[in-house]
Design a protein around this ligand. Structure first.
Ligand code: AHR
Length: 495
């Protein structure tokens, strides 16, 4: 029978690591500067230089971990340029992103303060491509050493007495590309060398993340795992959802035909295949799944908004992006035994952003609302789901019409997250919640949907796409049925 979903509320499949709801903020375009950091002297209301509106919005979605400073920027970043009195900091060119001046006013101290304000774990990406072993080693010493040492003393001189806690450290980024154009054999050796000097000081324990593959470069994963698995805690994977061609035209964020809706969601679903195949290779060397798959860059990548600096990667965000986010989370949940972290690219004003700003104005995107709705899954217990769903057909091709996952929180409340990918038809689903007395249960829901494929929020109409209560749910004995409108993301809470 199709469109029938069995959720075994008493079959627990492990924990959904809250870090799957992680973020990534690079020195790119208006991501850090203006988007997050405006400086203490700005007219935009701020706390110690961090804009208040963005801070409050991000706190609301409980960001568990934040990756910084890149991206490609990381392998050109020299951390010593970004500490000490701001007026003395080096001004340099951000050669990767737009050729603009980087004045280093947002550096290590500002980033760590931001993480403290957000209650998020810092995830720092070190420089392998153009930095030295000593530079990387000293950065870790600067941040985490408690005793008497040149770096720890320097940190104190710069105003921070106590060391910071730093768990997540990436040894390079995209070292197959912007991080040095290396072969996997060469990077595996460099990884082994650099990570040796990423030390644990005092009780600070670093979770070391090796730079992983691009999309379906399974050979990269094979070589890294074969040669360096003993030295890593995590291995990254990057995959962006791009409807068109990366070099010839990715497709517009807002002005796209039905065929691009379909291809975008098809490409989002490809994340499932990538995780499965990279996991199979990881399983060979790490059958106990000690090493986490860290998907530290994912999300949509469209053509930049017309009239903006193409190097700033600024794009609008529609209900289509919301579907992409929901689909990814349901996939990440399914692979919770291997996927320990994921970081959407990127938090503010860059690629699939949560927040867009224009001077002092700020809007929340449909993607933000999905992060908000899905935060109930953070650190919840994944439940076994068997979904037999209808097909969503377009132009002779078919995708599953709906995407589903479910978890149970610490109070026993079950959350079911659903996406109807179909841009024309509703999806009528029937649920069998085994192990739960539905007659005694109550169900509430939230929905994010729109009537147009390209519905989005603007500075003039900031609430075009926003979540509302969802009540199209029926309980009949032990059976629960819902009707999902086209192009919708729904989260149900059953207790
Ligand atoms: O997120 C934008 C860029 O995409 C990152 O800097 C890089 O790692 C990736 O290619």
């Amino acid at each position: 029978m199709k469109n029938h979903v069995v959720i075994n509320t008493d079959v627990e499949k492990g924990t959904i690591n809250k870090n799957i709801y992680g973020h990534f903020a690079e020195h790119l375009g208006r991501g850090i500067y203006e988007g997050i950091w405006v400086g203490e002297d700005s007219e935009i209301p701020n706390t110690n230089g961090v804009r208040n509106d963005v801070l409050e919005a991000l706190k609301n979605i409980n960001i568990p971990v934040l990756r910084w400073p890149g991206g490609c920027f990381a392998d050109e970043y020299h951390w010593k340029d970004g500490i000490g009195p701001r007026e003395n900091r080096k001004r340099m060119i951000n050669t990767h992103w737009g050729g603009v001046v980087e004045d280093n006013s947002f550096g290590t101290h500002e980033f760590m303060m931001l993480c403290e304000m957000l209650g998020a774990e810092p995830y720092i990406c070190g420089n392998v491509g153009s930095g030295t072993v000593q530079e990387m080693s000293e950065w870790v010493e600067y941040m985490t050493f408690d005793g008497e040492s040149p770096m720890a003393n320097w940190r104190r001189e710069n105003g921070r007495e106590e060391p910071w806690k730093l768990k997540y450290f990436g040894v390079g980024n995209e070292n197959w590309g912007c991080g040095g154009n290396m072969r996997p054999e060469y990077y595996a050796d460099l990884y082994r060398r650099y990570q040796t000097y990423v030390r644990n000081y005092g009780d600070n324990r670093i979770y070391k993340i090796a730079g992983g593959a691009n999309v379906d470069d399974y050979n990269w994963t094979e070589v890294l795992m074969k040669n360096a698995h003993r030295f890593m805690d995590g291995l990254s994977l990057h995959y962006y959802t791009i409807p068109g061609d990366f070099w010839k035209g990715k497709g517009s964020a807002t002005d796209f035909p039905e065929a691009e809706w379909f291809i975008t969601l098809k490409k989002a679903l490809h994340m499932d295949t990538l995780i499965q195949r990279h996991s199979t290779i990881m399983d060979k060397y790490d059958p106990k799944k000690r090493i986490g798959m860290i998907i530290d860059e994912w999300g949509t990548w469209f053509d930049p908004e017309p009239g903006t600096n193409p190097g700033f990667l600024y794009q609008q965000n529609t209900i289509r992006d919301a579907l992409v986010a929901g689909i990814h989370f349901n996939i990440f949940h399914k692979h919770a035994d291997r996927v320990q972290m994921a970081n959407i690219a990127q938090t503010v004003n860059v690629l699939q952003a949560m927040i867009l700003t224009e001077g002092e104005k700020m809007i929340l995107t449909p993607t933000y609302h999905v992060f908000d709705m899905f935060q109930v899954h953070q650190d919840a217990t994944l439940l076994a789901v068997d979904a037999q769903v209808n097909e969503y057909e377009f132009d002779g091709e078919a995708l599953p019409q709906t995407s589903v996952s479910a978890s149970k929180d610490k109070d026993g409340k079950v959350h079911i997250s659903l996406c109807n990918l179909d841009h024309r038809n509703s999806a009528d689903l029937q649920f069998d919640l085994r192990g739960m007395d539905l007659e005694a249960a109550s169900v509430t829901g939230t929905i994010l949907t729109a009537n147009e494929m390209n519905a989005h929020n603007t500075f003039e109409q900031p609430n075009n796409v926003k979540p509302v209560d969802f009540s199209d749910v029926k309980i009949d004995g032990q059976s629960l049925s819902v009707s999902l409108p086209p192009m919708s993301v729904v989260v149900l809470a059953v207790q």
